[in-house]
Design a protein around this ligand. Structure first.
Ligand code: TRP
Ligand code: SF4
Length: 332
């Protein structure tokens, strides 16, 4: 029965506490997808090494936090399989085999590779593992024969590579893998407190389940429409991070109240922020309570992850059996 459902795979690198950007950009979507798809959501801990090879001690603690956030946000381990990439060794085997048929030029031309090589200058990324990132990502996906991969726009070029690699495998060895398609749900833009994209590396995040006090402080200090200098100036909600948060938090009536009264200077930014907090604070509080309940029973979270990991292993082992047979690597 469940075998007929579309297969969805997505991973997240364990980098610590998740924030509202993760919630509205990815997790909320995962929670919806788990209802009608066979979902695999994993901690991409090996991927974390491609850029964090020098600071490995943070990976496992960050991973625990991340799984707690998954579950607190509504990912249900009974519906979706949650697991740890490095605990399913088949990812490494398939990665190695795919490496044999992936042309270097495909990897070197990848836009995200070029962009990251240019932008990340504080460490050496002229590394084999970093170049091979999309090959590992391909292995993650096709190992489960996923057809749909919810990712952000930044990951779409990677997925294109994944399709090409899957196609090449099928061409050489016979049809084993479906070609995975990106699932681009209109992810709302979430800005951080400084008006840039919300990101841990900018230090501008509001974390899932942050306390009321700290959430309030951050929202009240958050950058709004930079052109709206005084209370009587009309504002433009379309460039304002507070309005983006209203759109994912408040009800329709409030959203249009903000939209109209911001433009007419009928409300000030303080009024607008207070209105946002009316819904945001209870949500944060609910999340905080769930996180705390889970963190108080770390053994239970670990057990759920272990159970998911063994389910993932069983699926991965079946795929690798097929792969070895297709590649004539099996003893007769
Ligand atoms: N590359 C993704 C990121 O950095 C994480 C990731 C690894 C992933 N493997 C994946 C996402 C497979 C989707 C499918 O966000
Ligand atoms: Fe942003 Fe609201 Fe101020 Fe308009 S009123 S600029 S939407 S905070």
């Amino acid at each position: 029965m469940s075998e007929q459902r579309p297969i969805v795979v997505s991973g997240m690198r364990p980098t610590g506490r998740l924030h509202l950007g993760h919630l509205h950009g990815a997790l909320a979507n995962w929670v919806r997808l788990q209802e009608e798809n066979t979902c695999f959501f994993f901690s991409a801990d090996w991927h974390a090494l491609t850029t964090n090879y020098h600071d490995t001690a943070i990976i496992k603690p960050a991973e625990r936090e991340m799984f707690v956030d998954f579950i607190a946000a509504g990912v249900d381990p009974e519906k979706a399989t949650i697991f740890v990439q490095s605990e399913v060794k088949e990812h490494a085997e398939l990665y190695l085999l795919l490496g044999m048929i992936t042309p270097l030029g495909w990897l070197e031309r990848s836009p995200s590779y070029k962009e990251m090589r240019e932008n990340i200058t504080d460490r050496d990324l002229a590394l084999y593992g970093f170049l091979g990132y999309p090959v590992l990502m391909t292995a993650d996906i096709i190992l489960y024969k996923a057809t749909r991969v919810p990712v952000g726009v930044d990951q779409v070029p990677h997925l294109e590579l994944s399709r090409e690699i899957a196609r090449r495998f099928n061409h050489h060895y016979g049809p084993v893998f479906p070609e995975p398609q990106p699932l681009l749900t209109a992810a709302p833009k979430i800005l951080g407190t400084d008006g840039r994209k919300m990101s841990k590396s900018y230090g501008n995040t509001i974390d899932l389940g942050e306390s009321a006090e700290s959430t309030t402080k951050k929202i009240m200090g958050m950058v709004t429409d930079p052109a709206r200098k005084r209370r009587q100036d009309p504002g433009n909600p379309d460039v304002c991070g507070i309005f983006y948060l209203h759109k994912v938090t408040s009800d329709a009536e409030t959203i249009s109240w903000v939209d109209v009264n911001c433009r007419s200077a009928g409300i000030g930014c303080v009024d607008c922020k207070k209105k946002l907090l009316e819904k945001l604070l209870p949500e944060q509080e609910r999340m905080r309570e769930r996180r705390e309940a889970l963190l108080a029973r770390p053994g239970e979270v670990d057990a759920l992850v272990q159970l998911g990991t063994s389910k993932a292993r069983a699926v991965a082992a079946r795929s690798m059996d097929e792969v070895r047979a297709a590649m004539k690597l099996k003893l007769a």
